[in-house]
Write a protein that binds this ligand. Sequence first.
Ligand code: SF4
Ligand code: SF4
Length: 113
Amino acid sequence: MTYIITEPCVGVKDASCVAVCPVDCIYATDEDDQYFIHPDECIDCGACVPECPVNAIFAEDEVPDQFQAWIPVNHEYFKAERDEFYSKFRDLIAAAKEKNRDSEHANAELYNR
Ligand code: SF4
Ligand code: SF4
């Protein structure tokens, strides 16, 4: 199994989870709108879950219905080429970004660039 980062992370991306992961398996580039957990590296410790200010992280078999689309997003981020990944999920991520735009946790820097 693995843990999955879901929609609420989009545009927040504060890296609180990254700071506590014992195996450093949470990744993103500066250009990405959210963090992603490497499914083959995650040891299912759950340490990242309570650190997330927007409750974006779930065990894969406990992802709520409304965030199910984020399961393939996490898996394919590590399998697909970057262009292929973003052509597939661009609309989904853009919609989440728009939805989270007014979140009190939203990263102002992200939206001001
Ligand atoms: S569950 Fe543990 S190993 Fe997996 S991403 Fe979270 S902190 Fe890292
Ligand atoms: S702690 Fe939550 S919002 Fe922050 S980067 Fe991790 S998943 Fe995203």
